[in-house]
Design a protein around this ligand. Structure first.
Ligand code: HEM
Length: 438
């Protein structure tokens, strides 16, 4: 049989340890320089993350997102994903388990069920805003984390953590885990030693273990209630307990713990909200337009454009990754071998000058009257692994932005834009979106 040979596109010749360091410490400038030097597809060789082929040609992105589900596997290439979420998270399952799991957790994130969460989200946002100081600078990012955590806890447990002390314990454990991961000193060590370090770290095992224990206590409680004939609710735990694989097997305890931690670790929504405020506060004309629309309450056209532009300019997840389970041919003619990690690069695609003129400018207007391209606007990834909560996150961001704008008069602190900094899994504003209530 004729065996067509495989090859990888060119990439920087520097040592793998240095490439890993650059990727972790200055990812966006590093990616930009590589694209400038090597073109739309280039190969990075990183000591702990392995070999990645980074893609920024929309035609290549299309090839990845439209490939057959069994031609692309999950990838653990992203540094903290596996130790944080666990091996049985939907994000790390291969087919056919992956699609079965998606079907189980999908309902709350769509249609009527999703719409039912709008009022709860606005309530949580109002409650949070009332706690903000007046006249003194404070960081918005942690405030947004607090809101999105309360919202997702309501979805997962069907109850509010503030009124249920047991859930308060789960919340505390989750906050401690996030803080552990986002400590800048740990992020620096992670850059050098990679995910193996975190996997073997006793401190991390303790903090993640506390989350898993608290979550599983709740699972056991619901199981006990179900055994006594109490019907399950509309919450995520009930769905997971009632769900099963195609062959009828129920989800294991490990499945349940990893999935619940995955859902509860939602980081990108709070990060996007922080960036939306950071950008809007430095563009008072656009902030005013949005405020007028919110006050009028008639439609949300500009709001939609603001969210799309924020996700374009400041995508919280800069790359999506897949492991090839079959060779893949690129536009350039390179035929990538099975086993390669391919990484459609959200940041590079969103900065293509041919698609987005003046790509560094914050201009929500570019999305008025148009639908974003499936392969040129990819903040939620694409294909069978596209973020299953994209519509939910969109609704949540609209509710939070409009509640805040209706309730307080926010001002920027300092005129300089905030720079992109790295947290454990997302790209965040370096001063954590510093703001002031006037
Ligand atoms: C602005 C907010 C969000 C952004 C930008 C975002 C982005 C992403 C991205 C880039 C992926 C990977 C897609 C791919 O590989 O093609 C993903 C997957 C996923 N996201 Fe989101 N996400 C957001 C909010 C959420 C929320 C609120 C949840 C639920 C709590 C969530 C749950 C998931 C899950 C479960 C997956 C895995 C899907 C799969 O592997 O099939 N995301 N998200």
């Amino acid at each position: 049989m004729h065996d067509r040979s495989t090859s990888l596109p060119p990439g920087p010749p520097m040592p793998a340890a240095l490439q890993a360091w650059r990727w972790t410490r200055e990812p966006l400038p590093f990616l930009g320089r590589c694209r400038h030097r090597y073109g739309d597809a280039f190969t990075l060789r990183m000591s702990h993350a392995g070999t990645w082929v980074v893609l920024s040609d929309p035609a290549d992105v299309k090839r990845v997102f439209t490939a057959a589900p069994d031609a692309m596997g999950a990838s653990t290439a992203s540094a903290v994903i596996e130790p944080l979420l666990g091996r049985r998270s939907v994000m790390l399952l291969d087919e056919p388990e992956h699609l079965t799991r998606r079907r189980i957790i999908l309902p709350p994130f769509h249609g009527q069920r999703m719409a039912g969460y709008a009022d709860m989200t606005a309530m949580v946002a109002r409650r949070e805003v009332q706690r903000w100081p007046v006249g003194e600078p404070f960081e918005l990012w942690p405030r947004m984390q607090s809101i999105t955590l309360d919202v997702i806890m309501n979805v997962v447990f069907g109850e509010d953590a503030e009124t249920n002390p047991r859930l308060g314990r789960v919340r505390e454990a989750l906050v401690a885990m996030t803080e552990w991961l986002n400590d800048p000193r740990r992020l620096a060590v992670l850059a050098v030693l990679g995910p193996r370090w975190i996997r073997g770290h006793r401190g991390f095992a303790r903090t993640r273990g506390a989350v898993a224990d608290a979550v599983m206590d709740e699972v056991r409680l619901r199981r006990g209630a179900a055994a006594h004939g109490v019907p399950g609710g509309n919450d995520m735990i009930s769905l997971l307990l009632e769900g099963s694989y195609e062959d009828g097997r129920p989800l294991s305890d490990q499945d349940l713990a990893d999935e619940l931690i995955t859902l509860l670790s939602d980081g990108p929504t709070s990060t996007t909200l922080a960036w939306a405020f950071e950008r809007l506060l430095r563009h008072p004309d656009k902030l005013e337009l949005l405020r007028d629309e919110v006050r009028a309450g008639e439609d949300d056209t500009y709001m939609e454009a603001v969210i799309r532009e924020t996700l374009r300019l400041c995508p919280p997840v800069p790359v999506v990754v897949r492991r090839l389970l079959a060779p893949l041919e690129l536009e350039s003619g390179h035929r990538l071998p099975t086993g390669t990690t391919v990484a459609p690069c959200v940041s590079l695609i969103h900065h293509r000058e041919d698609v987005y003129p003046e790509p560094d400018a914050f201009r929500p207007e570019r999305f008025l009257g148009t639908t974003p391209g499936t392969y040129t606007w990819i903040p939620f990834g694409g294909g069978v692994r596209r973020c299953l909560a994209a519509s939910f996150a969109n609704q949540e961001m609209k509710q939070v932005l409009s509640t805040v704008l209706r309730t307080v008069d926010l001002r920027a602190v300092g005129s300089a834009s905030e720079r992109v900094a790295r947290s454990s899994i997302a790209f965040v504003p370096d001063r954590r979106a510093l703001a002031l209530v006037a």
